[in-house]
Design a binder for this molecule. Structure first.
Ligand SMILES: Nc1ncnc2c1ncn2[C@@H]1O[C@H](COP(=O)(O)OP(=O)(O)OP(=O)(O)O)[C@@H](O)[C@H]1O
Length: 262
């Protein structure tokens, strides 16, 4: 299979919902652009309610944009969702694990659902469990796992499918430093293997460590895109000599302000 040059190519994506008692139109996304390339980790940042999850939902075909052009692995998510879901993997914020099933059974269930052969299941499930360091607990019920372990298992489930594009919604929300490190290492491996990763995060440290490309959106519009150097160079203080290096947190606050979002 020929790998597309861009994993995600989204141009001027607008999503309009209706809200409130009067069902007034509300633009969750307003002409947003996004591109994600193979071999890179792309980070999507934005304050609460800025439209990150909505954009992820557009990419997986769960939300159909009001206007704009979206291609994911050269497919249109709105009309070719079934084909697309075989080639991408999404780890949502709420990990969709079966608490009564063991770690291994969770992966087996998922693999069978996607029609993986028994032979492939045997190698891939063990490999995935080892990758997320849950091999020793493979036969324990997922419901007994801590939050960090559950997130690792959800990541293992996604990695097992060897997706061309891995989508992660806040992959390390509330996990400890050790689990976070394990998750970060696996995400870096995926990009190193030539596949594409798009993740949303509210942790600047995470985006700074992982992000080859960073896109910041706010109130449904693009505010800035680029690699870390390109972004930090746009914060005025960076031009001065002998100032401490500008962090991604400085960039984020420079472009989105300090006001709280409702
Ligand atoms: N189905 C829907 N109907 C109406 N409004 C919606 C719907 N889905 C999202 N919204 C609104 O769109 C805006 C963007 O929401 P979204 O969940 O995409 O933001 P987010 O950046 O992921 O936020 P967070 O960081 O809090 O997860 C919010 O104002 C939200 O209330």
């Amino acid at each position: 299979m020929n790998q597309p040059q861009v994993a995600v190519d989204a141009t001027e994506v607008t999503v309009e919902f209706s809200r409130g008692r009067k069902r007034e139109p509300f633009r969750a996304l307003d002409r947003v652009d996004l591109d994600v390339r193979p071999s890179e980790v792309s980070c999507l940042l934005g304050p609460n309610g800025s439209g990150k999850t909505t954009l992820m939902n557009v990419l997986t075909g769960l939300v159909t944009p009001t206007s704009g052009r979206v291609r994911v692995l050269d497919l249109d998510p709105a009309t070719q969702r079934r084909d697309l879901l075989r080639r991408i993997a999404l780890v949502p914020q709420e990990t969709s694990l079966y608490p009564e099933l063991t770690a291994r059974e969770n992966l087996t269930f998922h693999a069978r659902y996607y029609g993986m052969s028994a032979r492939e299941q045997r190698t891939r499930i063990d490999e995935a469990l080892e990758l997320v360091q849950l091999g020793a607990l493979a036969d324990d019920r997922a419901g007994t796992f801590s939050g960090g372990m559950q997130r690792r298992l959800a990541l293992g489930k996604a990695l097992m499918m060897r997706p061309e594009l891995l989508l992660l919604d806040e992959p390390t929300l509330g996990v400890d430093v050790q689990s976070r490190e394990a998750i970060w290492n696996r995400i870096e491996d995926v990009a190193r293997e030539g596949r594409a990763v798009l993740l949303t995060t509210n942790y600047m440290e995470e985006a700074q460590r992982l992000g080859d490309q960073i896109t910041i959106i706010d109130r449904g519009v693009n505010v800035v895109r680029g690699n870390l150097n390109e972004l930090t160079s746009q914060v005025p203080e960076v031009e001065r000599v002998e100032v401490p290096p500008v962090s991604l947190q400085d960039v984020f606050l420079h472009f989105t302000g300090r006001g709280l979002r409702n």
